[in-house]
Design a protein around this ligand. Structure first.
Ligand code: 7BC
Ligand code: NI
Length: 152
């Protein structure tokens, strides 16, 4: 009987693995309500969660996370080899585009080329909220480099 359940389990695992090729999943922030916020002292006032990410589900090829920057908080100057997209869903902030500053706000979308230095600071009174997208299976495989410049 135990053997039957073990084989059944193996069979189900195999089927699940195959189904990943056709996987379509719907999520929202409530879906990850039990996930702890991530943060680092490198980025004061910034916290984030993972929604579509191979470290958390069976997705691949693209990954997406949600970040909040508190008023005064700063996702300081950095770069990484994958390109990146931001979709801003709340607040306003100052985007540093490799030295050129631009104010961004709710509704804006941002394309950041691979290896382009960028930072995002919340200069408003509301929480700055945005989704980011990487063309990678997971966030964990994106290597973050700090800028060579002095100020962020
Ligand atoms: O929000 C974070 C935290 C590391 O990263 C995504 C935004 C970005 O520019 O890489
Ligand atoms: Ni980035």
């Amino acid at each position: 009987m135990e053997e039957f359940f073990r084989l059944n389990d193996l069979y189900l695992k195999k089927i699940k693995h195959k189904l990943r090729f056709w996987m379509i999943s719907v999520k929202n922030l409530a879906s990850v309500s039990d996930q702890e916020w991530s943060s680092t002292e490198k980025y004061p006032g910034v916290r984030w969660k993972f929604l579509i990410d191979s470290d958390f589900d069976g997705s691949s090829g693209l990954s997406l996370g949600f970040a909040e920057i508190a008023p005064g908080g700063n996702l300081t100057l950095h770069y990484h080899s994958p390109a990146e997209i931001y979709v801003v869903t709340n607040g306003t902030g100052i985007l540093n585009k490799s030295g050129e500053l631009e104010t961004i706000k709710k509704g804006d979308v941002v394309y950041i080329a691979g290896n382009a230095e960028h930072s995002l600071k919340n200069n408003g009174k509301e929480t700055l909220e945005f989704y980011w997208i990487f063309p990678t299976d997971s966030f964990s495989e994106v290597e973050y480099f700090p800028t060579k410049q002095e100020s962020a």
